[in-house]
Design a protein around this ligand. Structure first.
Ligand code: ADP
Length: 379
């Protein structure tokens, strides 16, 4: 059992709280991605788990054992870094096994077998005799991962392992890492600032900001039910639209009232605590729909002016203004919409969110977490 449990984990550098009281459970065999903006404490958290930094406070348990004060070699972990950190004068095979004999009881034959297995898994058997200068970026990264594999650790820690690769190779290696995890089932903590990597790789994703955990959830749940405004804005590209509204009580139920629209809040009618509150209304760009001509005059559709039109190939992104606010809208490509047009929009009823503007906490999701929203019909 290789669970990892962080309890109130804290790391201060002088006056900076790089990690500020993190509680986090990584399940046995889980692939957990830690994501957040630069400087939020991701690497420090990983280095604390690895034992490369001393915690200021809190505890770290691996497989139930308190390792907070244990040296790295006693933690049965292997770490892969962003910059590969390969020795330039050693071959790939030597890089993979360097230092192994001094800290383990493996015989040379056992180590050779492990290198052969890891190389076969990673498709680098032919490259084992080459030095790093004769390898491409992707091949070097495979060797760095191979170095972690041969140790057969109970936990893998990966710190932005793909960020030095070009975009195409990154997509390829992302899929390779996913496959590798399915084969090995080793508990993995993967740090990245890239939300696409987080969403595609993680069994669950922990979003960090300012040294604290904002939310831990499976990727789709994080996307559909962000716990707060930070997560709503961080996960999703372009970000969720966030505009100020006032909730009003109308005969047919509660509506979110903005200077450009008054939109009903499904099931919000039962929530009298929302009435008259000034809140932040959130809707993702793909959940803003073009209302057909027949919707003109429909109370739920509203007018918006197109200020920028960005064809993205597979989709068309429209920047629109409603009152003093901007709304980004993703529609199907090749739509006959031009900059300067006035168009009619409406929202997907099931995909609306409200946040408390003071705390940032989510206080309403139109869909229920027990009954996730149905797919939005493509528009
Ligand atoms: P991330 O990996 O999310 O980019 P880090 O964990 O590297 O963030 O850093 C978190 C914060 O701690 C940052 O403000 C960074 O400047 C600070 N920090 C990290 N390492 C050190 C260090 N060795 N000395 C002083 N400050 C540090």
């Amino acid at each position: 059992m290789s669970t990892i449990t962080l309890t109130d984990l804290t790391k201060h550098y002088d006056s900076i709280a790089a990690v500020d009281g993190i509680d986090l459970d990584v399940l046995d065999e889980e692939f957990l991605v830690v994501v957040g903006p630069s400087g939020c404490g991701k690497s420090t958290t990983l280095r604390l788990i690895a034992g490369l930094e001393d915690a200021t406070a809190g505890t770290i348990r691996i497989g139930g054992t308190d390792v907070t004060d244990s040296p790295p070699e006693d933690r049965d972990i292997a770490m892969v870094f962003q910059n590969y950190a390969l020795y330039p004068h050693m071959t790939a095979a030597e890089n993979m096994t360097f230092g192994m004999q001094s800290v383990t009881d493996y015989s040379s034959a056992e180590i050779e077998d492990r290198v052969a297995d890891a190389a076969a898994t990673l498709g680098i058997t032919e490259l084992l005799d080459r030095t790093p200068d004769a390898l491409s970026g992707g091949e070097r990264q495979r060797v760095a991962i191979g170095r972690a594999l041969v140790r057969e650790p109970s936990v893998f820690l990966l710190d932005e392992p793909l960020s030095n690769l070009d975009a195409k190779l990154r997509v390829h290696m992302r899929a390779e890492l996913s496959k590798l995890h399915r084969e090995l089932d080793t508990t993995t903590v993967y740090v990245t600032h890239d939300q696409t990597e987080a969403m595609t790789l993680g069994d669950r994703v922990a979003v960090l900001n300012d040294g604290t955990v904002q939310q831990v959830a499976p990727p789709q749940q994080l996307y559909d039910f962000p716990a707060n405004q930070f997560v709503a804005g961080f996960i999703g590209e372009p970000a969720m639209n966030l505009v100020p509204v006032r909730v009003r009580d109308r005969p047919r139920g509660l509506v979110a009232d903005h200077e450009g629209f008054a939109h009903p809040l499904p099931d919000g009618g039962s929530n009298s605590a929302l009435v008259d509150r000034r809140l932040t209304f959130g809707v993702r760009p793909e959940d803003v729909l073009l209302a057909g001509r027949s919707a003109t005059g429909h109370e739920e559709s509203f007018e918006a002016r197109v200020t920028v039109r960005e064809p993205l190939g597979e989709q068309l992104l429209l920047h629109c203004t409603i009152g003093d606010d901007e709304l980004q809208v993703k529609v199907q490509p090749r739509r006959d919409v031009s900059t300067g047009d006035t168009i009619r929009l409406c929202f997907d009823q099931q995909r609306l969110h409200l946040f408390d503007p003071e705390t940032g906490d989510a206080i309403y999701h139109a869909a229920s977490e027990d009954q996730p929203a149905k797919p939005t019909p493509s528009q």
